[in-house]
Design a protein around this ligand. Structure first.
Ligand code: SAH
Length: 231
């Protein structure tokens, strides 16, 4: 089902090299979350958002400007510095005692904290639970063999009223090795279905020249809303 992707492993250093070479085709200069923000907020104000594998997503600034708070995790220090600099925000940096080698970069005025560390070193004991999670380029970017570990971490970070917006990508994994990786809808049910409800919000054709260069013939982007079952 996963073609050549099942055993594909990207080392953290490879991501850093992408950043150093400025090969960051995944970065989008526009706010992507706009389309589904009402579904995620569900009328709530001052929501704590978590951005796993945040890169320098401009959505983080957009949410903070609306009065929400944002916590992100990203391995590349360059990405984090660029986020603050490109958005004209000052920031402080300090070590995270509970995670050896990690740093947290903060703009306190806007309530944005970005942790520079491996995602799997992060947990609710570091920065609590979240009312919303925005997952674009995250589940599809981690190594396919780590998906169960990833889902367990995400579930452990959810507050009871959490609304988790997840973008997945559907394409033929025999044609391209990734990342981004192919994540079939059926797998979402095995990853999240025992503790969460999963609703497909949109399914759109997202084929561009980039996907044609990768050798793909079809490329679909699905947006899912995942919520804890008891809520
Ligand atoms: N969500 C962002 C970035 C997607 S690309 C966006 O949509 O623009 C994936 C990002 O995750 C890269 O910036 C990479 O440096 C980072 N990354 C990959 N593996 C990671 C890990 N295990 N822990 C923390 N960051 C990681």
């Amino acid at each position: 089902m996963f073609g050549q992707q099942a055993d594909r492993v990207m080392a953290l250093g490879e991501w850093e090299e992408y950043w150093q070479r400025n090969e960051i085709g995944f970065h989008q200069p526009q706010v992507i979350l706009k389309n589904n923000i009402d579904k995620v907020l569900n009328g709530r104000k001052g929501v704590r958002f978590f951005f796993p594998l945040c890169g320098k997503a401009v959505d983080m600034k957009w949410l903070a400007d609306m009065g929400h708070s944002v916590v992100g995790v990203e391995i590349s220090e360059k990405a984090i510095r660029q986020f603050f600099e490109e958005n004209n925000m000052t920031y402080t940096e300090e070590p995270v005692p509970a995670i050896p080698g990690a740093k947290v970069y903060k703009n306190s005025e806007k309530n944005i904290s970005l942790y520079q560390c491996d995602l799997y070193a992060f947990s609710s004991s570091i920065d609590g639970h979240f009312g919303a999670i925005w997952d674009r380029g995250s589940l599809v970017a981690i190594n396919p063999a780590d998906r169960e570990k990833y889902a367990a971490l995400i579930i452990s970070l959810m507050a009871k009223d959490c609304r988790y917006l997840l973008e997945t990508l559907l394409y033929n994994p025999d044609l391209y090795e990734g990342p981004p990786f192919f994540v079939p809808d059926e797998q979402l049910h095995s990853l999240f279905g025992s503790s969460c409800d999963i609703e497909l919000l949109q399914s759109v054709d997202a084929m561009t020249d980039l996907q044609r260069q990768w050798g793909l013939d079809k490329f679909t982007q699905n947006a899912h809303l995942i919520t804890p079952k008891s809520s």
